[in-house]
Design a protein around this ligand. Sequence first.
Ligand code: PHE
Length: 348
Amino acid sequence: MAQAPTLVAELEGLVGECAARLDQALTLEDLESLRVEYLGRKGRLAGLMAQLPGLSAEDRREAGQAANTVKNNLTSLYDERLAGLNKAARAAALADFDPTEPGLVPFAGSLHPVTLVTAEICQAFTELGFSVVTGPEIETDYYNFEALNMPPEHPARDMQDTLYISDAVVLRTHTSPLQIRTMLSRKPPVAIVAPGKVYRRDSDLTHTPMFHQIEGLLVDEGVSMADLRGTLTAFVRRIFGPSTNVRFRPSFFPFTEPSAEVDISCVICGGKGEHDGATCRVCKGTGFVEILGCGMVDPNVFAAVDYDAERYTGFAFGMGVERVAMLKYGIGDLRMFFENDIRFLAQF
Ligand code: PHE
């Protein structure tokens, strides 16, 4: 039969022994393995306590009390050492901390160049008294084509390969339907710009199936081609700088008559046609790059919106935002706008 005095002595011996071992524990891992060794379910203390049932009732009481005291002592030794190690770890971390080091600058997002250029173009026109309107990207054939003087089978419909949703519903191929929507909901005078996404069945180095346009429309009594030229020249110089030259070339759009395309002096070679001793690759040596299409609103369009074409005249224009951004920032590849490479996007 086990003897109480021996067991008590062994139990009490644990305290001194464990205290010495704890003093040498330098890491939280050391500490944990000591906890398991002494206080664990299969540890030293549990091993000694397993002998209790073999004692006589009186001895068991004595040894049981001793075991409780030892357990409390071991636990507080362990807690004390744990607190000590944690405190040392914090002190060490603080010793490495240099409050004079510059902080880490958090990553701040930036606006996409298409967003920036859209805002800049709209701003240039709102300063001239235009207001900004938007409309649906899913359009009916009527607004996208028919009311813009492109009846069914009109060959100009092919100029913009269309993505059809159904026979009568399309993804708008240009922002020009906003001309119609605006004139149907307002009486002249109107002066609006309309930014937004447009869609065409087109995908290669210089075309993406979705891109951005900004439409402009001004209608009032006595508006002439000279107003169109003056407005667009002021706009171009505002965006590309005061020394930019502007050229109007006759062109064709079904919804304007007469129509023109506007070229600006090449932003890369300054209009000289060559750059770094070679033919300028942006204007291909011509000294000019195309920037937008425009013209005087066709009387057939006024008829579609019930504006009196005898009384009112107006001009309209439309431009590609990516194109303006490419010219303005010298970006050579349209795909950059859609690849979402943060190194590219964060530059603007
Ligand atoms: N909608 C034409 C296009 O997408 C541009 C344009 C707008 C031309 C308004 C003239 C007037 O090419």
